[in-house]
Design a protein around this ligand. Structure first.
Ligand code: NAD
Length: 481
């Protein structure tokens, strides 16, 4: 792999790409491989990028919506074309398998097109005209938007902010994660070439750069996806200048199997919801509640299916999933497994290693099912964000719903049953932003469903029509006759 050219990834500010200091990004599946050299950002870079976005804002805001839409469709074409080249790079910096990287690009492109397609109708003013007054309620953009994204699905998570922000007339400064900055930035450069200079900017860096972006007085809105502890810092940094925030945070999604469920049918659909991206998806199934009478059969069949996974480098076409993304995440999951092994629960390691001799050179982990675990155990209460799933036996539906809701999180959930009415009734009792019946997936990202969390899973909603209001203010104008 060392003979592959190593791209240099600069900041993108006001249409110019540049970098002074660079740092290396390594492949989490081949730690010796340098995948890219990426600009190291500073608060000064943030300030320049925000000023570039601020300077570009009035003209972009005043561009007629159909023209903005036309430009965004061109940017979506550029993103789709970039995805054809950049999938392998995304695999090598992020650790997923190639199909997941391609899906990330395809979903990102779809988000951009779908959102752009809604915006003209959305921006139409609501007007009232009577003998006394003429009132026009108009939606105006907020100004400069900071978009801050994590590493697990960087393309689509970036587009979920960039698309509604740009479509409604805001300009953007985006900060990628240091753990997957390269493919996203190269794609954004291609998209930016379809837009006026300064409309879409990128600044690289760690938490200090994110914090400077959140605190900058010219930034009027932060769209953030990441962990809860970081989100607290985002809230603190934005508080002095009273910014609007959308926060898409972690989850500990429960799957509740009802006692009439068909075990084979459940497993056919559920597994991708558990192990895609090695479980590093905010809305992966992270705990499964199974009726006690069905528990042993369910657990045995689940283990049988999970044992079919082959794990290896994401560019190996045999790999069902790849390594974890970074050392901290890897250690966190290993620690959780160690803690669980020292309890009464049974930790079952499954699947097989591809190229086992190279495993020491990456953050590889086989899939694990944790059997006979208590609802209150750390492995079921904490967001594992890895290929580990606990199975908890429950005695009655009341208990299952109570346990599903007994969490600081509330991102997504699923209910599994052969009775659609019962499924709907139980789904309505779950505390989550989205609850699925007989799936744990948005099925190619169905953007008609708003996406976001309750409780500590976040503030606000993304996806399609739900995202657009997050990026505008209502301006109410009244003319008294
Ligand atoms: P993270 O919170 O560590 O980092 C997210 C982003 O915030 C990165 O770009 C990071 O550099 C930046 N950042 C770090 N410190 C900052 C600060 N003080 N101010 C501003 N920005 C700062 O999260 P991660 O490890 O990259 O991603 C994993 C987490 O993201 C998990 O908890 C996962 O559940 C969550 N996630 C949520 C969703 C969702 O849509 N709800 C989707 C994917 C991931």
């Amino acid at each position: 792999m060392t003979d592959i050219a190593v791209p240099q990834i600069g900041h993108l500010i006001g249409g110019e790409v540049f970098a002074s200091d660079l740092r290396e990004v390594h492949d989490p599946g081949r730690l010796d491989d340098v995948v890219a050299r990426v600009a190291v950002g500073t608060a000064d870079d943030v300030d320049r990028a925000v000023h570039a976005a601020h300077a570009a804002y009035p003209a972009w805001r005043d561009t007629p919506a159909p023209e903005r839409v036309r430009r965004l469709f061109a940017a979506a074409d550029a993103l789709a074309a970039a995805g054809e080249e950049l999938g392998p790079l995304l695999v090598r910096e992020g650790g997923g398998v190639l199909g997941e990287a391609q899906t990330d690009f395809a979903l990102g492109t779809g988000v951009l097109q779908y959102t752009a397609g809604l915006v003209e109708e959305f921006l139409r003013p609501v007007q009232f005209d009577d003998e006394q007054s003429f009132i026009s309620v108009e939606k105006v953009p907020r100004g400069v938007v900071a978009a801050i994204v994590p590493w697990n699905m960087p393309i689509v998570l970036a587009m979920l902010k960039v698309a509604p922000a740009l479509a409604t007339g805001n300009t953007v400064v985006l900060k990628p994660s240091p753990f997957a900055p390269a493919a996203l930035t190269l794609a954004l450069q291609k998209m930016a070439a379809e837009l006026p200079a300064g409309v879409l900017n990128v600044v690289h860096g760690e938490g200090d750069v994110g914090a400077a972006l959140c605190a900058h007085p010219l930034v009027r809105k932060v769209g953030f996806t990441g962990g809860g502890v970081t989100a607290q810092k985002v809230i603190e940094a934005t508080a002095p200048t009273i910014k609007n925030v959308t926060l898409e945070l972690g989850g500990n999604d429960p799957a509740v199997i009802l006692d009439d469920a068909d075990v084979d049918a459940v497993l056919d659909r559920m597994l991708t919801g558990v192990f895609t991206r090695s479980g590093q998806i905010c809305f992966a199934v992270k705990r499964i509640y199974v009726p006690r009478g069905m528990y042993r059969r369910f657990a045995d069949e689940l283990c049988g299916r999970v044992d079919e996974y082959a794990v290896g480098h994401g560019l190996d076409p045999r790999a069902g999933f790849g390594p974890l993304n970074n050392e901290a995440q890897f250690k966190k999951v290993l620690d959780l497994l160690d803690k669980t092994r020292n309890s009464s629960a049974q930790v079952v390691q499954l699947g097989r290693k591809l190229d086992a001799s190279s495993w020491e050179n990456g953050y590889y982990l086989l899939p694990h099912v944790v059997r006979d675990v208590e609802h209150s155990a750390p492995v079921s209460c904490e967001e594992q964000f890895g290929p580990v799933v606990p199975l908890i036996a429950y005695d009655d539906e009341e208990q299952a719903v109570r346990w599903a809701n007994d969490s600081d999180y509330g991102l997504c959930a699923s209910v599994w049953t052969t009775d659609p009415e019962r499924g709907l009734a139980v789904a309505r009792r779950i505390e989550a932003g989205s609850t699925f019946v007989n799936t744990h997936s948005f099925a190619s990202l169905d953007l008609r469903m708003p996406f976001g969390g309750v409780k500590q899973s976040g503030i606000g909603r993304e996806f399609g029509a739900a995202a657009l209001p997050e990026y505008v203010e209502d301006h109410a104008i009244r003319h008294l006759k």
